[in-house]
Design a protein around this ligand. Sequence first.
Ligand SMILES: [Zn+2]
Length: 617
Amino acid sequence: MVETFEVAQTRPEQERAPALEKRNPQQMTDLLKLTQPDPVDWCEANIQLDYGKFDASKHPLMSEPLRSAANMRGGMTGLIGSVQHVKTLAAQLLQLYTAQTTPSRQAHYDLTKEALKEFSDDKFTPLINNTPAIKGIITDGRHAQTTYYTNFPFGFIRLLGARILAHRNSKTIEMVTLDESWAYETGWIDQIKDRLSSYPWSWRMFLPTSGQTAGSEIDVLWQRSTQKVWHVPCDCCGKMIPYIWTQPKQKNGEQLPGGMKFASGDDVLFDDQSTDYAKIKDSVYYECQLCAGQMTFNPATQHKRNQTGRYISMNPNGDDKIDFFNYNAMAHFPWGDLACQYHDAVASKNRGDLEALENFVRKRLAEPWDVSKFIVIADEEDSTGDYPSSEIWKDADYTFCTIDVQKDHFYYVIRSWSKGVESRLIEAHKALSDLHIVEMCEKYGILQDGMDGSGVFVDGNYNTTEVQRIAAKNGWIVLRGQNCKPFRHPDGLRKMYSEPVPVDTWQGTNEGDGRVKYCIQFWYAENEARSRFATLRGMSEPKRLWTHSNNAGTNYLNQLNSWARIAKTNPKDGSVYYDWKQTARNDHMYDCEKMQLVAAAMAGLIGVSEKPADEKD
Ligand SMILES: [Zn+2]
């Protein structure tokens, strides 16, 4: 029938690659387009899905990436999108189409062997068995079709694990699909690409993935790529627009039109501070970034827009051998649900937990995740509140005192917190005796009853035995910072602090009540507390939550900025993480404020979040 096809059919494996190389990649791509069936037509003719025969109009986001991947030679096609099953299905269809039209040494990668087994059992094997055009060409023999391997006369499809070193760099292959490649560590894609080097002109890769990590291997590829972004016609002006979640704030503070709009903040809170999700859903609409017209949501109009939608390159000078596509959940997911998910993610972030927001950015917006955007370097923040020291705050739900112990004096901070995680500095001073602190705590009604309840926390890492003794005497709690990960608790959640540990301070019981013999001590993860503190200080929208009094004094302010965060790159996956460095000798007030975060976490104000379910849908 066609030359390339016959070459592939009749020559043994070893001779095929050189024969194909007589053409350059562009000639090959052009020839393929002329001689192969269109992959979307092929799917409509051959593929049976759970809803019936493959219907391209049901998968508007998939057709163009599928064509690109089918015709790509000597290059890669990327699909950065929001729904897992669309992307995984695209990879499967590409594998089957290739097996029938240009059979070759093919492989599909997922992260682990367990993920592959599930993929094979639930998806890939049933799909093959339901596709007569493929089932009919599988070689005879007992081992021709197994969980991880399917053999054809002139090729095969192997399922491989990206986490498995031997799978990344063994025998040669010609075509690979890499599922969820955003989760790959740095270097894996390159290692796998090395397996394709026997086919310098005909190799190809298909990368279906969620939003990448900013600065990662996939991100670099995206930057160099054609950057084809899904566009739909605006209901109002009719111009083609990509769905954007929000417009970035302009330097001059101006807010440009465009993006998803919905009620938020205090407008969607009931009196008991719970969220009015119905109100969020009812208020949602999309504002066109070109004409500011309003587009409302219903599944039919969303589908209709997609039928006239198309991918438009945002980087016309991009490398056409790195053909990348991008769509987000606004094209196929109910907008009200997205708005609610975003609301919850932001609420989590406001408690110092970025995980839900990261999931939303990667798996819904299919955008690069850049943690540095959300964590602001502390000393750039002006957190001055509009209140003086020593002023009782009427909205306070909790007030804690935290103490840093020096050789012959103490530093202490008294801070009030609301259940909405807003907090105010009440006192920050040096004290020469613990008695003075006891009196200050009494003034603000802070409990000092040790095991029976205490809002006073003292740093026990210096002069530990003495601190434990003072804590037992005054009914305070001892905190011990540690360079460690958060602690796993019996309820399965990870928290920045440990379970309580009773400490015998060996004072005997002659002070009357035997209780003073013991104090309660907690360990806590110091870097976690520092990061959460920085996140909280960086929060300014919808309002600044963490503030200090407007007369806290320069000593307090200087010490507050005594630790700086330095960005480091994880050599494994290119992601950015933060480490901490002390930049000023005196950091006592900072330590006291850091311990306030631990106290707030114990009260359930900070970092309480359910683990978001993995959205592998
Ligand atoms: Zn418009």
